[in-house]
Write a protein that binds this ligand. Structure first.
Ligand code: HEM
Length: 148
């Protein structure tokens, strides 16, 4: 219960500016795994740089989509299994885009990085623990899409 409170209280802050915090997340992700930028192809064209990707409206929409999924998880902390089927399907779609399951570990690191940047002193080790667990639950459901 305490962890749920921490998640809700901290998300309320970060969720106020989804695009900003989502951009911090993906900027970090592309620093750690630059090749991931090539998985984002709109109108079947590759971005020629991370800056071009981050500046495109389609990619901004993807940031919005990611933040919406996280928001749904935060809203469903008491009923996470209700999201499982959706997340499995989402995992299947990501597998089809060529993302490796391992890259979701880097996404998790980048999420914690973005939360820490956004929350400052509010980002305690308990906050980190709580978010790590929630993220692990989401990725575990998504990972079902790699073999189902
Ligand atoms: C769709 C890539 C992480 C949520 C997509 C698409 C690509 C993609 C290429 C299709 C184009 C688009 O809709 O913009 C990636 C990569 C990721 C990543 C490379 C990181 C390695 C995530 C995460 C979430 C997420 C962490 C949420 C937890 C979504 C959603 C869609 C989507 C909701 C739309 C699916 C639909 O059309 O039904 N992603 N994604 N993505 N992604 Fe991601």
């Amino acid at each position: 219960e305490y962890q749920k409170e921490l998640i809700r209280d901290t998300w309320q802050i970060v969720n106020q500016d989804q695009i900003h915090h989502g951009t911090v997340l993906f900027t970090r992700l592309f620093e750690l795994e630059p090749a991931l930028v090539f998985l984002f192809q709109y109108n079947s064209a590759n971005f020629s740089s991370v800056q071009e990707c981050l500046g495109s409206s389609e990619f901004t929409e993807h940031i919005r989509k990611v933040m919406t999924v996280i928001d749904a998880a935060v809203q469903s902390l008491d009923s996470l299994p209700s999201l499982e089927e959706y997340l499995t399907g989402l995992g299947r779609k990501h597998r089809a885009t060529g993302v490796k399951l391992e890259s979701f570990n880097t996404v998790g690191e980048s999420l914690l990085y973005a939360l820490e940047s956004g929350l400052g002193d509010m980002f305690t080790s308990d906050t980190r623990d709580a978010w790590s667990r929630l993220y692990a639950t989401v990725v575990s459901a998504m990972s079902q899409g790699w073999w189902r």
